[in-house]
Design a protein around this ligand. Structure first.
Ligand code: ZN
Length: 343
């Protein structure tokens, strides 16, 4: 069977019956194609991004997540060989996609007592002569806790949801924007280490960027986006919801209500508990975390079973895709329309 890809429509030519059938389809789903009375099953695993809404490929999401959350990376604890492998993997994706180092190298190093940690920071310059001096930061932490209480002899805490999932999202957007060059503002793609040691990596980077007077417009931290919320719930929520109009604006840009308010995020003060917070502290600009983990939809937080096979790759791919128009709207707005609310 031959596959021909066009921008919006996948055209299948079923050579066996000599008949042509046109099917509008999602490249990430297994489609069943029925022709005459004989059933032909087609598994679609294209590497070619198609359509306006489906830029992100499920197989890429899966491959990166499975690697980052594999036992070979030993739970990605800061200062270990496992996290070094994760950093090299991230750097390779940046290199292959012409994402430049923002500093001399991709690594932004710091110390936590005697341990050396490093954030990985990629840079994509904006395409607008004026707006490129303003920055948007997209981030996630790529470290995890190494080991946890053993279950059936397994003590590696793989951190698939926390936060290999957010890391993969940031990498996929880096690939997307490097391909489309559709960003008027400059974007930093930032993966933090030592989040699990108390936000040490993001603290270091936020301070460093503040010292050099970076003109930061907004910062979004993606935390645990590997599993969907219940069907009646809004897709994702934002910590610190009422502090700025970021969620509202993202929903406008994306043309869909996908980011909402989650009462528990306020109750547990999640705004202060992840890598967005140091950026808010240093810059006092909208800096929030977006998550699809709501304490009811995943039982393996900081547990050895937070593994790749527990992730919902359709959900992840869908989330990463759906965020693209929202991010583009934010990155390309002609003035800084996302602001802190006067609380
Ligand atoms: Zn986390």
């Amino acid at each position: 069977m031959k596959k021909i890809f066009s921008l919006l429509v996948l055209v299948f030519i079923l050579s066996c019956g000599g008949q042509k059938q046109i099917i509008e389809t999602n490249p990430n789903k297994v489609e069943k194609v029925v022709e005459n009375t004989s059933e032909v099953q087609t598994e679609i695993t294209t590497n070619i991004p198609i359509g306006i809404k489906n830029h992100i490929n499920l197989e890429d999401v899966k491959t990166s997540l499975e690697y980052l959350a594999s036992d070979a990376l030993e739970g990605r604890n800061t200062g270990t060989k496992g996290i070094e492998k994760a950093a090299v993997y991230i750097e390779d994706i940046f290199k292959k996609n012409s994402i430049k180092p923002y500093f001399k190298t991709y690594r932004d190093s710091f110390n936590v007592k005697k341990i050396i940690g490093y954030n990985v920071v990629g840079y994509l310059e904006g395409n607008d002569a004026n707006l490129k001096n303003e920055f948007v930061i997209l981030g996630a932490h790529y470290d995890h806790i190494g080991t946890a209480k053993a279950v059936n002899g397994d003590e590696i805490a793989n951190g698939a949801n926390d936060d290999a999932s957010g890391t993969v999202a940031v990498l996929e957007w880096a690939k997307y924007f490097s391909k489309t060059k559709s960003n008027k503002r400059s974007v930093l793609f930032t993966l933090y280490s030592a989040e699990e040691m108390g936000l040490k990596g993001s603290e270091h980077l936020a301070e460093r960027l503040k010292k050099e007077n970076l003109d930061l417009y907004t910062m979004i931290n993606f935390e645990m986006i590997g599993v969907p919320r219940a069907e009646n719930e809004i897709m994702a929520y934002m910590s610190g919801y009422g502090k700025s109009n970021l969620a509202k604006q993202l929903n406008i840009y994306g043309g869909d209500d996908m980011i909402g308010f989650f009462p528990k995020a306020k109750e547990f003060n999640l705004f202060m508990r992840s890598d967005n917070y140091p950026f808010y502290q240093e810059f006092k600009v909208p800096a929030h975390a977006i998550s699809t983990f709501d304490f009811t939809n995943f039982d393996y937080y900081h547990h050895v079973d937070d593994e790749a096979d527990k992730m919902d790759f359709n959900h992840m791919t869908n989330f990463i895709n759906k965020m693209i128009p929202a991010l583009e709207g934010m990155i390309n707005a002609s003035f800084k329309e996302i602001k802190m609310n006067n609380e």
